[in-house]
Structure formats: C-alpha cells, structure tokens
Design a binder for this molecule. Sequence first.
Ligand code: PMV
Length: 356
Amino acid sequence: MNETWIKEAYQAGLPEDFHGGVKWQSPSNIALVKYWGKKGVQLPQNPSVSFTLSQCRTETAIFYEKSDRFGLHFRFDGREQPAFQKKISDFLLAQAAFFPFIQQLDFHITSHNTFPHSSGIASSASSMSALVLCLLDIERMAKGESEIDLKKASYFSRLASGSACRSLFPKMALWGACKAVPGSSDEYAVSLQDRIAPVFQTYHDSILLVSDAQKAVSSRAGHALMETNPYASTRYAVANDNTLALLEALRTGDLAAFMHIVESEAMQLHALMMCSDPSFVLMKPNTLKIIEALKEFRSETDIPVCFTLDAGPNVHLLYPDADAEIVERFIMDELERYCVGGQWIADRVGEGASRC
Ligand code: PMV
C-alpha cells in the first residue's frame, strides 16, 4: 500500500485548546456477492459487491477536547453500553499508531441507529464506518485540511469491521481486487456508482424481519470457520466468477442474470455455514416459507423480484422501483404473516455516508 497516510502518521502535537464536535451518519449495506472468509489483517478471501442502504443508518457524534491522555465516554441511545464502549476503545487505541492524536483527546461519543437494535440488522457496518468518518474529520481539522479522503475512510472502516468499508459509497460498492475494476483493492472498497445501469440505482430492499434474536454465530466466528471448511477454495473461486458475472449484469442491466447470481450467493453463504464444523443453520422455517412464496409470486407475475440473506434468518427482497407498488402489496398480503410482529423495513439504495 503506497498511500502517504499509511506511511506517515500525522505526528504534530495538538494545540492546547483543541476541541470541537463532529457528526456523521453512515448506512448499513447488503452484500450481493458475499464476503465470507478472511486472511491477514481483515483482508477478504474474495471480492464482494453490495447495495448501500438508506433507511438503516447509524448517526454518531463526537465531542472532543485536548487532554493529557486518551479518554472515552460512550452512550448509545442515551445509555452506557459497556460491550460497545470496549469495542470502540480497543479500535481507537489500536489505531493510535496512525492517529497519534487519539492519545491526546478526551472523546465523548453518542450514537444512535435509525433501525431497531433488536432487528437482527448488522449494525457494525454502519456504526464503525460512522465512527471512522468522525475520527478522520477530527484529524482533518487538526491538519487544517478541507476534505477527508473516502478511500482512507474505507481502509480504516475495514480494519474496524470488514463489510463496513463498503458502506460509505453511494448506490453500490466493490471491496476486493477484481481485474474488471481498475483501482479495486482488498484494502478498501471503491464506488460502483458509475458502472451500473440506471435500473439498479432505483432498487428497493424490503427487509423482512423473521427473527429479532441476537445472531447465533458472530461474523468473526463465521469467518474463522471458513479456515477449516472443506469447500473453501471452491467457494472463493466461485465468488470471483460471480463477482465478474454480477459486474457485467449490473453494467448491462441484465435483471435475470442479476437475480440468478444474487440468490445463488445467498444460498451459498448459508450452505457454507451448514457444512462448517461446528455447523449452523441460520434460516428459520419462516425464511423458507418466504422464499417459496416469493418464487411462486415471481413465476406467476414475472416481476423481477429476488431475495438475498445476510448471516441470519431475515430475508431481503430486492426489486426495481417500477415494481414497488405490486411487490409491497404482495409483502403486506402474503409475507407480513411470516415476520416477527409483522415487521419489515422498507429500505432502498441510498447515497452513502455524509455529515449530519
Ligand atoms: O463485516 P463482517 O465481518 O461483519 O462480515 C460480514 C459478512 C456478511 O454480512 C455475511 C457478508 C457481507 O459481505 O457483508
């Protein structure tokens, strides 16, 4: 990695009265080609491609003041959260080699998710990318620079939580070196906004909440299980092929190819977990009922709606805006009954992270 920000940390001491506040929002994202398996320091075994969401976001504010040592006061939704405070503290201190000013600041961090905490929606992508953007904004002010570098924000978001590196960019992102996209890298994500047909810019993601239980297996443990998974090398080869095929479908607007690859990726992610040792079944009976009902609806109507799954039982329905009315009617009439408390989140492709 050649970037100057990796080679030369900003070492200057902070002025005695250095203090202020920054606030960023960053969205969650849903992977279409899945990242499952890592190597080295948070590097992916294969490229991944995601839609950036808009409704499921974290908003994080940091007030900071010069101090003789690092200090952290963290509140989530107005309350202390010791487990999350530790995760943030560990991350910030681990980055002090790159951001020495961390050791000279007292941080007061408040954070809030726009989606229910118990919804099973991965919040580490949105929360860790929002945190990193705040950190880079503080550095920007210390250096007197005008803007922060999104590539750098993606790099440090990756170190905080792999898939977080994809959340920053409008519409879609690719994380992982891929020969079809010059400038793509295992170390940070890049925007795909200019490489996708207009229809994909309009996509909806209706997130059907099948369960609100905590994840049965953390993604850290899940990635580690790939090290002994007998199908790992085949999976990485297929994921590379799927990335290239998906990029082509995104470019040409080929919805049939898009749906085929996206659903195959969702099933592969869950199949990998089922044949890990120990194995996990993360789908619930209602996950399968939704998938069956969706397939029937699609064959009857020819509406280009498909599903994907994250590492859990919830189902993401993906479809173009032109079909939103009929798909949402189908969700309300046929699928809400499979959702916990009838809940689903009407999300759609969004604009990425921003100051707020
Ligand atoms: O970023 P992590 O370590 O939480 O892993 C994310 C893994 C998946 O959500 C299952 C897939 C992905 O690419 O987002």
